[in-house]
Design a protein around this ligand. Structure first.
Ligand code: NAD
Length: 484
C-alpha cells in the first residue's frame, strides 16, 4: 500500500498512527496516511524557525523567485503523478483536474514569483511644519513560521495558493492538508526536496483537526500567522486559538452564493454559466451558486433549460475523458448532502432534477455519488436556502425587480461570491457593486486573475489574499521614516 508520510526538516518521517486515504469514486483505500503527533508538529515548527533564522530568511527576492519557478517547473514535470494523486484523493474527472487543479498548482508559484519581483514599496514624502521633509518607505520582511491549513475540495490549488506567497515572502511553512486529500500535498513535499528548497522551509504534517495536527499547529506559540481555508465554524475555532498569542489570521471560508439572472441576459450563456457555477466539481467549490434568482419573464424557460443541461452531465470513471460529474468527497459528506435533500423535501421543495443516488456499476458502485439536483419552491427562510450544502444542488427562484434581486442575493450571513447575468452595462455595474461579497462576476464565474483581491465578507472570511494582498499578509512590514 502506498504510504503518505510527513515531511519535517527536509526528511520524510513516519507518523504516530496511520489512517486510510479513500478514493471517493470507488470507496476503496488507495494509501495509508501517517498522522503526525504533537511532538512531530513541534519539530516541524522548530525546523521552520531555524530555516527563517538561517540563509532562507535573508534570501533575496531574485533567489526566492528563482526557487518558486523551479517548484512550478517540477510540478509540471510531474504533472501525471499529481493528476493521478488528485483523482485518487477526490474522484474528480480527469477533464477538470487536468485543466484546473494541477495547472493552477504550478501557476500559483509562477504568479507569486512574478508579483514578488514587480511589487513596489509604499513610499510617501511628508511635508513638515518647519519646511523640512521626511521620506517614508515601507519594507516587507518575513513573518516567520506560517501555519497553512487547507480543505479537500481543490486540495493542490488551495494549498499552493497559500504556500507560494508565504515562501515568496521568505517565510517557512508548516502545512496540513485535509485528512481526506493527503496525496498531492505529499507530492508537493517531494517537489520541494527535489528542487533543493532548504531544509525546514516547507514542512508537511498529516492529520485531523481537533486533538490532532490541525489543532497542534494553531495552538502552538511558535506559529507566527495562520492561513486557513475551510468551513466557517472551523475558522471560528481557529480564530479562538490564534487569539491566544495574538497571531494574524487569513480565512477563506464557506459561502451560500447567489446567481442573479436578468431577463435581458444572453440566455444560452447564462444557462451554461449557471450550470457550471452550480455543478463544477460536484458543487464542491466554495464559490458555487447554490441560490439562483431568475427574472420572472424567463424563469420557466430557464428552469427547463437548466434541467436539460444537468441531464447531460455524465457520471462514471473519473479517468474517462467523457466523465463530467464526480462523486462527493466522502461517505460522511454524501450523508450530509442527502440529509439536506430530505430536509428540502420537508421544507416543501419541488425536485426538478435529481435528488437521489445514482446506480453506478462495477468498481464505482460503492463510490459516494449523488445526482446533480435542481430544486424550486423553498421559502427564503428555509434552512436549505440559508446553510451551505456544498454539493451538486441549486435552488432556483423568481424575482421581479432589480432591487428585489439585490436584497435576495444579499440576504445571507455569508458573503463570498455572486454572479450577475445581463446584457445591460448599467445593470451589470450597479448590481455587481451592490453585492456584499468578495467576488462579483458578470456574465462569467470563477474567472480568476491571481493579481486581484480574493476573499469573503461576513461568515465567508477574514482578509483578502491575491496579488499584493497576499504579499502584505505574509510579510512583517516596517515603515522607515527619514527626516531630510
Ligand atoms: P473543514 O473546515 O472541515 O476542514 C478544513 C481543514 O481544517 C482540514 O485540513 C481540517 O483537518 C482542518 N481542521 C478542522 N478542524 C480544525 C481545528 N479545530 N483546528 C485546526 N484545523 C482544523 O473544511 P472542509 O470540509 O475540508 O472544506 C469545505 C469547506 O471549505 C466549505 O465550507 C467550503 O465553502 C470551504 N472553502 C472555502 C474556500 C474559500 O476560498 N473561501 C475555498 C474552498 C473551500
Amino acid at each position: 500500500m502506498k504510504q503518505y508520510r510527513n515531511f519535517i526538516d527536509g526528511r520524510f518521517v513516519d507518523g504516530i498512527r496511520r489512517f486510510a486515504d479513500i478514493d471517493p469514486a470507488t470507496g476503496r483505500q488507495v494509501a495509508e496516511v501517517h498522522e503526525a503527533g504533537a511532538a512531530q508538529v513541534q519539530a516541524a515548527i522548530a525546523a521552520g524557525r531555524r530555516a527563517v533564522q538561517g540563509p532562507w530568511g535573508r534570501s533575496t527576492v531574485t533567489e526566492r523567485a528563482a526557487m518558486l519557478y523551479r517548484i512550478a517547473d517540477e510540478i509540471e514535470r510531474r504533472f501525471d503523478d499529481f493528476l493521478q494523486a488528485e483523482i485518487e484523493d477526490t474522484g474528480k474527472p480527469v477533464s477538470l483536474a487536468s485543466a484546473l487543479d494541477i495547472p493552477r498548482g504550478a501557476a500559483n508559484f509562477r504568479v507569486f514569483a512574478d508579483i514578488l519581483k514587480t511589487a513596489p514599496l509604499e513610499s510617501f514624502r511628508t511635508d513638515l511644519p518647519d519646511g523640512a521633509q521626511a521620506l517614508n518607505y515601507a519594507v516587507r520582511k518575513p513573518l516567520g513560521v506560517v501555519g497553512v491549513i487547507s480543505p479537500w475540495n481543490l486540495p493542490l490549488l488551495l494549498l499552493t495558493w497559500k504556500v507560494a506567497p508565504a515562501l515568496a515572502c521568505g517565510n517557512a511553512v508548516v502545512a496540513k492538508p485535509s485528512e481526506e486529500t493527503p496525496g498531492t500535498a505529499t507530492l508537493l513535499a517531494e517537489v520541494m526536496q527535489a528542487v533543493g528548497l532548504p531544509e525546514g522551509v516547507f514542512n508537511l504534517v498529516h492529520g485531523f483537526g481537533p486533538g490532532s495536527a490541525g489543532e497542534f499547529i494553531t495552538t502552538d506559540p511558535g506559529i507566527d500567522a495562520i492561513t486557513f481555508t475551510g468551513e466557517s465554524r472551523t475558522g471560528s475555532a481557529i480564530m479562538r486559538a490564534a487569539a491566544e498569542h495574538v497571531r494574524p489570521v487569513s480565512f477563506e471560508l464557506g459561502g451560500k452564493n447567489a446567481a442573479v439572472v436578468f431577463a435581458d441576459c444572453d440566455f444560452k450563456a447564462a444557462v451554461d454559466g449557471v450550470m457550471r457555477a452550480s455543478f463544477l466539481n460536484t458543487g464542491q467549490v466554495c464559490m458555487c451558486s447554490e441560490r439562483v434568482y431568475v427574472q420572472r419573464p424567463v424563469y420557466d424557460a430557464f428552469v427547463k433549460a437548466l434541467a436539460g443541461r444537468v441531464g447531460s452531465l455524465r457520471m462514471g470513471d473519473p479517468r474517462d475523458a467523457a466523465t463530467t460529474h464526480g462523486p462527493l468527497s466522502s461517505a460522511e459528506h454524501r450523508r450530509k448532502v442527502l440529509d439536506y435533500f430530505d430536509l428540502a423535501r420537508e421544507e416543501g421543495a419541488t425536485f426538478v432534477a435529481g435528488g437521489g443516488v445514482p446506480a453506478l456499476s462495477g468498481p464505482f458502485s460503492d463510490g459516494h455519488w449523488v445526482e446533480p439536483t435542481i430544486i424550486t419552491g423553498l421559502p427564503e427562510t428555509a434552512r436549505c436556502q440559508r446553510e451551505e450544502v456544498f454539493g451538486p444542488v441549486c435552488h432556483v427562484a423568481p424575482f421581479d425587480t432589480e432591487q428585489e434581486a439585490i436584497a435576495l442575493a444579499n440576504d445571507t450571513s455569508y458573503g463570498l461570491a455572486a454572479t450577475v447575468w445581463t446584457r445591460d452595462l448599467d445593470t451589470a455595474h450597479r448590481v455587481a457593486q451592490s453585492m456584499r461579497v468578495g467576488q462579483a462576476w458578470v456574465n462569467s464565474w470563477f474567472l480568476r486573475d491571481l493579481r486581484t483581491p480574493f476573499g469573503g465578507s461576513g461568515l465567508s472570511g477574514v482578509g483578502r489574499e491575491g496579488g499584493l494582498h497576499s504579499l502584505n499578509f505574509y510579510s512583517d512590514i516596517t515603515n522607515v521614516c527619514i527626516r531630510i
